[in-house]
Design a protein around this ligand. Structure first.
Ligand code: ATP
Length: 574
């Protein structure tokens, strides 16, 4: 290691070992062993790269390479015919493995930092004529690498490491390596919900141990994970669960969650996946500049499609959620934001303040306008009034209400789904079960009318403890022809040759095609049972399963790590 920094070859051989391991505990142990004793900076770089990232999630750092371009780059790097590379890729099923076979190099002097820096430089190279430059730089980097290194550089460039390591595994490995106690994982996870930069967190833990987990607070430009709401089955349960004798109920809007960071004229909007979505909603950015009196602030709210004083459907908003033709769509589908929280004002964090204090502050710093609004609400000590308010919301066409605790301890809990916020929707009142957000992991070929399309989709939920996806249901109904087409088109890009490593599936459920777990859909089911066909929270050979599932909608606003967890499914089943 020495002065010159950690070698990339050690990192690449770690990746090779991880690739062979399937048990989550062994993955964590192996990773912890690598982290232990390394310098803070090394931990930082390695944590990004192990997840196939070159920096924190909230920075827009997509490498932007597709498989076609990578085939061309490999042909150029190793001076081979493109057709030959394509054939080899077909045989291997992975471009990293293809590079590994093509490269003959056994030694290199690449450092972890330099690989990261070079990849960052390539990422930043954009604009006209940049394709050539990007390809050239990538080829040079691959030529400097050993066969094993090339394999993982290619996978990082394609943002698909195939190691079976998710964020949770990295956080657990931090706990084991730097605090000698895997139990510290929960504190570290909470810290990650505030800091959201896994590299920075790892560096801090390596340098300061558990003290390093407590150093983070909210800061401008770095989004925290948003606070989430619990659900109840009966309306009477709300009163049992909520603390404080006064109850606040807010209108619940069906749109896209947004965390807004305002720093003078600079306004950044982050989605709940921590993506920067500022360019998609210019009217919100402009509105924030005008309507928020505080120079610096972080606000939480929901963006909805909003025309002529009326809130429009979630589907409408999803049509607006686009990177291109924003100008045209801004006119077609205008939006508004309903603000309901404030997390930071002029250098002061409001995370530890109670909800009533935060709401008061929010009201004092916002001038409402057509595009910038405050969430409507009712505060009362009388539950009958809250129920009346709920009915009024439903009559207005809203989804329902979010009941919020007004107790002293009603702090803002980043990333947490606790009892301080409880959602109550009209669907629950009508006796319908809660919907599930699941990730598509496979499909079965269709027959008859659906020939050439998928017939059904295999969907999974997230097992957070094991940091993997477990199958839960097979969805074949609820799709319109249009859904079929648009989902099919998006899935094509996610096709995987082999079962993704973080997926647990029963032999009898193996699909015709596997997909990288990326695309999230919302599903409604009749009942949750135990079934030998599924793996979700498996016990005695039977997993949790959703019966009679129905596709409701695609959830572009959610990523695979935001879907319904096994623990939540268990709770709904009760
Ligand atoms: P979740 O956000 O709980 O994972 P979800 O995205 O499927 O689930 P719901 O279960 O329908 O959404 O409800 C919670 C969401 O409602 C919040 O995440 C937020 O985006 C939205 N929301 C709308 N109005 C409010 C409000 N007044 N206060 C808090 N959240 C609200």
């Amino acid at each position: 290691m020495g002065k010159r920094g950690a070698s990339f070859s050690e990192f690449a051989s770690l990746c090779s070992e991880l690739e062979k391991i399937s048990s989550n505990i062994s993955l964590r142990k192996k990773l912890a062993k690598y982290f232990k004793g390394k310098k803070g900076r090394t931990i930082k770089y390695a944590s990004y790269l192990i997840l196939g990232q070159i920096g924190p999630k909230y920075e827009d750092l997509a490498m932007g390479f597709g498989t076609k371009t990578m085939v061309k780059i490999l042909a150029r790097t190793f001076d081979k015919d493109e057709e030959r590379v394509r054939k080899l890729f077909k045989k291997k099923g992975d471009l990293g493995d293809t590079a590994n076979t093509l490269s003959k190099r056994k030694r290199s002097s690449l450092k972890l930092k330099h690989v990261l820096d070079r990849l960052k430089k390539i990422q930043k190279t954009s604009g006209e004529g940049s394709q050539e430059e990007r390809a050239e730089e990538m080829a040079e980097l691959l030529q400097d690498a050993t066969a094993e290194e090339a394999k993982f550089i290619v996978r990082i460039a394609l943002e698909n490491m195939r190691l079976g390591v998710g964020e949770m595994t990295v956080l657990e490995a931090f706990a084991e390596a730097f605090t000698d106690d895997a139990e510290n994982k929960d504190v570290i996870e909470n810290s990650y919900n505030v800091c959201t930069d896994i590299g920075e967190l790892g560096e801090s833990l390596a340098e300061h141990g558990m003290k390093g987990a407590k150093r983070f607070s909210i800061s401008l430009g770095r989004p925290v994970k948003v606070m989430l709401a619990q659900r109840v089955d009966k309306v009477s349960e709300i009163l049992e669960k909520i603390k404080g004798n006064r109850i606040a109920a807010e209108e619940k809007y069906d749109g896209e969650r947004v965390e807004i960071h305002k720093d003078g004229k600079d306004v950044q909007l982050f989605s709940r996946r921590l993506e920067d979505i500022s360019d998609q909603y210019p009217e919100i950015v402009e509105g924030m500049r005008k309507c928020v009196k505080a120079k610096k602030a972080v606000l939480d709210g929901e963006i909805v499609a909003y025309k002529n004083g009326k809130i429009q459907s979630f589907q409408k908003l999803m049509q607006r959620r686009r990177k291109y033709d924003v100008k045209e769509y801004r006119k077609k589908i205008p939006v508004a934001v309903f603000l309901f929280d404030v997390l930071y004002v002029n250098g002061r964090s409001f995370l530890k303040k109670s909800y009533p204090e935060r709401r008061k502050k929010l009201e004092s710093i916002v001038n409402q306008s057509t595009r910038i609004k405050l969430a409507g609400r009712k505060v009362s000590t009388n539950f009958k009034e809250i129920k009346k308010f709920f009915q009024k919301c439903v009559d207005k066409g809203l989804e329902g209400i979010i009941v919020k605790s007004t107790a002293k301890e009603s702090v803002y809990q980043p990333g947490n789904r606790g009892w301080l916020w409880i959602k109550w929707k009209k669907e629950y009142a009508e006796g319908m079960k809660e919907t599930i957000d699941a990730v598509i992991v496979g499909s079965y070929h269709g027959r008859g009318r659906r020939k050439g399309h998928y017939g059904a989709l295999l969907c999974a939920v997230l097992n957070k403890d094991k940091d993997r996806f477990e199958t839960f249901t097979k969805v074949g109904t609820g799709f319109t022809d249009k859904d079929f087409e648009s989902i099919g088109k998006k899935l094509k890009k996610l096709k995987a040759r082999k079962k993704p490593k973080r997926l647990k599936v029963k032999k009898r459920m193996e699909p015709d095609i596997y997909y990288r777990p990326e695309m999230v859909i919302e599903v409604l089911g009749a009942e949750i049972t135990r079934s030998p066909s599924h793996t979700a929270g498996e016990k005695d050979g039977k997993g949790l399963a959703l019966r009679f599932p129905r596709f409701l909608r695609v959830r572009e606003d959610k990523g695979p790590e935001d879907i319904t967890t096994v623990r939540e499914v268990r709770q709904i089943k009760k």
